[in-house]
Design a binder for this molecule. Structure first.
Ligand SMILES: Cc1cc2nc3c(=O)[nH]c(=O)nc-3n(C[C@H](O)[C@H](O)[C@H](O)COP(=O)(O)OP(=O)(O)OC[C@H]3O[C@@H](n4cnc5c(N)ncnc54)[C@H](O)[C@@H]3O)c2cc1C
Length: 378
């Protein structure tokens, strides 16, 4: 089979490498918009479980995952009214740097004999070159314009009300931290955890009103860094927050689809369904979606239409559940100002219960992954 993958992020790389492992004779090519040395958007992400034991953690597929200096986190700490409540998450989470994770996944693909062509953005439907390939996988991430390759792949797009910025910091947060700050200009919330022994992710969000009232809309990147560091001075121990070049304060974009393919073109990862960072599952969904697609093509090597119908049938229910969880969580954070009068315990309880009405996502992902990894003898 001849396969083209558009976008060398976690979803495309996981699909390409896992397929190549099963079918070394298949011809797989990846096209990536950026230069290999370009920065990867964002700092660290939280992943499930301990590598190499958790199949939804992409680090589990890397022989040399230790070089990422990933950090394992067991506790959750919520800070409100300058009081902290610490408790166990009940699971092990893994903080990992996005840049080195993507670099190593790319190296793994190259080692398996997959060609990656850099600095080749695919910008139009005509460039998808569908006729030259049996299967085209669009895994180009949260891409506002270039996922509109054709009408049938057009996503529903929804923007969150809050503004957010993905900062990094050298303050190492040992637990999954959620910090609520009542500032004179409004409420700021920080989501932070360490992803290496030297760095933490520090995502900050606030309402549009707070964003404007505090002047963030008109500040330079450096002034905004200083302002945010001053808001969270106590928690950061006076350390700085660092903005990645080119990243700006934005509204979270949720891309959704009702169908995961059109013709011989399949959507994967954020390009299929994105979900708010407050549930920290985007990369996990990328891995699970990739494994479902691997199984579908492995089971139907002679019939791409049947493979993609099978992929659609198994991937859409969990993507829809992911969307529901992420949306409920996003809305909870968008209404956080109404809860600032509550005690730390009440806020912690509200946070823990915000997705309680929905079927649990980890169980659904576990089942989907178990089925996808059961490939039988061929
Ligand atoms: C603030 C924030 C925090 C997050 N935190 C977490 C977290 O803690 N845990 C978690 O699991 N997830 C988290 N995520 C989500 C996670 O980053 C994504 O879900 C994940 O990166 C999706 O992988 P992907 O491969 O689908 O897309 P990407 O990682 O976006 O990769 C897409 C690739 O396609 C390339 N590309 C784009 N356009 C083109 C084109 N036209 N042609 C060719 N190539 C192209 C890009 O350069 C990129 O290399 C977070 C997201 C945000 C915004």
């Amino acid at each position: 089979m001849k396969i083209l993958v558009i976008g060398a992020g976690p979803s495309g790389l996981m699909f390409a490498s896992e397929t190549k492992r099963l079918k070394p004779e298949w011809d797989i090519r990846i096209i990536e918009k950026n230069h290999p040395d370009d920065n990867v958007v964002g700092w660290g992400v939280v992943l499930p479980g301990r590598a190499p034991h958790h199949p939804a953690n992409p680090l589990s597929y890397l022989e040399n995952h230790e070089i990422l200096d990933a950090q394992y986190l067991e506790d959750f700490k919520l800070t409100h009214h300058n009081q902290s409540a610490l408790k166990s998450t009940g699971v092990t989470l893994c903080g990992a740097e996005r840049k080195s994770m993507v670099r190593e996944l790319r190296q793994m693909c190259i080692g398996l004999g997959i060609q990656i062509d850099y600095e080749q953005p695919v910008l139009s439907d005509a460039e998808l070159a569908c006729n030259e390939y049996d299967l085209v996988v669009v895994s180009n991430g949260l891409n506002h314009t270039t996922t509109y390759y054709r009408d049938a792949l057009k996503p529903k797009v929804e923007f969150g009300k809050n503004r957010y910025m993905w900062y990094g910091t050298t303050k190492t947060f040992d637990a999954m931290n959620l910090i609520f700050k009542a500032h004179s200009k409004g409420v700021f919330v920080a989501h932070s955890y360490k992803y290496s022994s030297k760095m933490s992710t520090f995502v900050v969000e606030c309402s549009e009103e707070t964003y404007r009232k505090s002047g963030l809309d008109e500040m330079t990147t450096e002034d905004a860094e200083r302002f945010i560091a001053s808001v969270f001075e106590d928690e950061l121990d006076g350390k700085a927050v660092i903005a990645q070049e080119g990243l700006k304060w934005r509204n979270f974009m949720t891309l959704s689809h009702e169908k995961a393919y059109d013709g011989n073109v399949a959507l994967l990862g954020d390009a299929l369904q994105s979900g708010h960072f407050s549930i920290g599952h985007g990369t996990t969904m990328a891995v699970v979606g990739a494994q479902i697609l691997v199984k579908a093509v492995y089971d139907n090597p002679e019939n791409v239409s049947a493979a993609l119908e099978d992929f659609n049938q198994h991937v859409m229910p969990i993507m829809q559940l992911f969307d529901q969880h992420a949306t409920v969580s996003r809305l909870w954070f968008e209404s956080v100002e109404d809860r600032m009068h509550q005690s730390t315990g009440e806020v912690a309880q509200g946070f823990a219960e915000r997705r309680g009405q929905l079927p649990p996502l980890p169980a659904a992902l576990g089942q989907a992954l178990e089925r996808a990894l059961d490939r039988g003898e061929k």
